[in-house]
Write a protein that binds this ligand. Structure first.
Ligand code: PLP
Length: 514
């Protein structure tokens, strides 16, 4: 029972273990909501009552209580520390979330990003006082241009999706400049949801292209849709099935022949960094998720960073600012051609991410970055090869940086992809990406990244194999209510996403409710 005399939320601790008097399980503590711990009439500070004084609020003073929980400092510290210990992150264990590239964030990056000259600068400081920061942005831009083989760059977009928006706005500006209004953008069925969303936000009609039986873009279907009304194709390479688009050079040629542009979603650049330059494949614009390929933290949805690189054809339309080096040092140029799309952000982008990403590049060097891609691909293929006799792989042949499985191996077991992923939580792993991409049924997309050791991969593979066996053996109990060892059990995730309850409502006392 909590303070209000309500029973604790069902499933706050495992039902499997013996019941304790307190509800806690050893040092795994139940944590109520902060509103249940605190009370509006309590306070953590003890200030003397003001001695009179003139009321200057002119009748606008608050009439009702603020309804914030009152707690002392140690209560607040304990509340948030306990919550933080229920969190699972890459520093706690394996995080094979496909498409997200949850690699280790080296501590060296944090150390460098914390240096006063980077951490304490203000975006409105005079340029003469931030020459080091500007030099760093210039050097990062140089690395990204070199690694992608694309001459134009915008550093400022603040996430992959924001980079997509930057890229498509630039493509639209280029088309408008030549008086060529076009209405459609081609997007493969396997695309990340942000691709069609971006195209729609830019005012385009999204025209889907199916995948072929090899999990790649169906070249004939794409060609049939290419005409003078198509502004661009948005293609991910390697694609979200973890496969390299083997026809990519031919795709680029046909897209250009139709007068359209080639936007590449570069979220999977981790698989090819140092090995393949997207510019050589005919790409016109591509965002790079620094928080994936270049190891900056994902940080619970932000701050990310999604610089975009551009081909020669799009360079005149790229948004400012640019770092320009000259005799007197570096300046941030706002000088845009009349055709530029204009600024994407108020300032210059995520400085802390720039520092971390460049630190990562310099600590690996050019040869080390190449090895990043090789090791990521090796790890994913190790997972694919050691699991595919018991878990159905969706496509034949080796994969790139992530391995895609589907739910055919669960046929007639009564266990779903969701159940399987939840059981994985009980085994101590963050689940893989589920039900994405949509081109296969009950997808399980596993991305181990290059920073996992063979020992951690083997432990994960062991758990996956054991669960597959349990499903085949009819051990459905293990799956039905999973996770049972997590702080909360099976959640209604659809309801939580569709109808989130964002404010605390005082529970109605039982008598009043009757
Ligand atoms: C992560 C991802 C994105 C979006 O990037 P954000 O930084 O999360 O906005 C787009 N496409 C693919 C394939 C991705 O994996």
């Amino acid at each position: 029972m909590n303070r209000q005399g309500r029973p604790s939320a069902p499933g706050t601790v495992s039902d499997q273990a013996p019941k304790t008097f307190t509800g806690h399980q050893g040092l795994r503590l139940v944590e109520p909501l902060i509103f249940e711990v605190g009370a509006p009439d309590q306070t953590g500070v003890d200030l003397p009552k003001p001695k009179g004084g003139v009321n200057r609020l002119g009748g606008l003073e608050r009439a009702a209580p603020v309804d914030l929980p009152g707690l002392s400092e140690p209560q607040v510290v304990r509340h948030f520390t306990r919550l933080s210990r229920k969190n699972y992150g890459i520093d706690m264990g394996f995080f094979p979330l496909g498409s997200c590239t949850m690699k280790h964030n080296p501590r060296l990056n944090e150390k460098v990003a914390g240096l006063a000259g980077f951490a304490d600068v203000h975006p409105l400081q005079p340029e003469s006082t931030v020459q080091g920061a500007l030099a760093l942005m210039d050097q990062l831009a140089h690395w990204l241009i070199t690694l992608t083989g694309m001459p134009g760059i915008a550093l400022s977009p603040k996430a992959g999706a924001h980079g997509e928006l930057c890229g498509l706005m630039t493509i639209r500006a280029a088309l408008e400049a030549r008086g060529d209004a076009r209405a459609r953008v081609l997007v493969p069925d396997s695309a990340h949801g942000t691709n069609p969303a971006t195209a729609a936000l830019c005012g385009y009609v999204v025209d889907p292209i199916p995948a072929d039986e090899r999990g790649r873009v169906d070249l004939d279907a794409m060609t049939a849709k290419l005409d003078s009304d198509v502004a661009a194709i948005m293609l991910t390479n390697p694609n979200t099935c973890g496969l390299f688009e083997t026809d990519i050079v031919e795709i680029a040629r046909r897209v250009h022949e139709a007068g359209a542009f080639f936007y590449c979603d570069g979220a999977n650049f981790n698989a090819i960094v140092g090995k393949v330059r997207p510019g050589d494949l005919g790409v016109d614009a591509m965002h790079i998720n620094l928080h994936k390929t270049f190891s900056t933290p994902h940080g619970g949805g932000g701050p990310g960073s999604g610089p975009v690189v551009f081909s020669e054809a799009l360079a005149p339309f790229v948004p400012p600012p640019w770092v320009v080096g000259g005799e007197g040092g570096f300046t941030l140029s706002e000088t845009t051609g009349p055709e530029s799309v204009g600024r994407m952000t108020a300032f210059h982008g995520q400085m802390g991410m720039f520092v971390r990403a460049l630190t990562y590049m310099l600590s690996h060097g050019a040869d080390g970055l190449k090895q990043v891609a090789e090791d990521a691909v090796l790890n994913a293929n190790y997972v694919l090869e050691t699991l595919k006799d018991v878990i159905t792989a969706s496509f034949e042949g080796p994969c790139m940086h992530e391995a895609l499985f589907d739910d055919r191996f669960l046929k007639d077991t009564g266990v779903s992809t969701l159940d399987f992923a939840k059981a994985l939580i009980d085994e101590g792993f963050h689940p893989m990406t589920m039900y994405f991409p949509l081109v296969v049924h009950g997808a399980m997309l596993i991305e181990p990244t290059e920073t996992e050791s063979k020992a951690s991969l083997d432990e994960f593979i062991g758990a996956m194999r054991a669960l597959a066996q349990a499903a085949r053996d009819g051990d459905t109990d293990r799956f039905e209510n999973a996770p049972v060892f997590a702080p909360v059990h099976r959640l209604d995730e659809t309801q939580a996403a569709r109808k989130p309850i964002l404010t605390y409502q005082e529970p109605v006392p039982a008598e009043a409710a009757e």
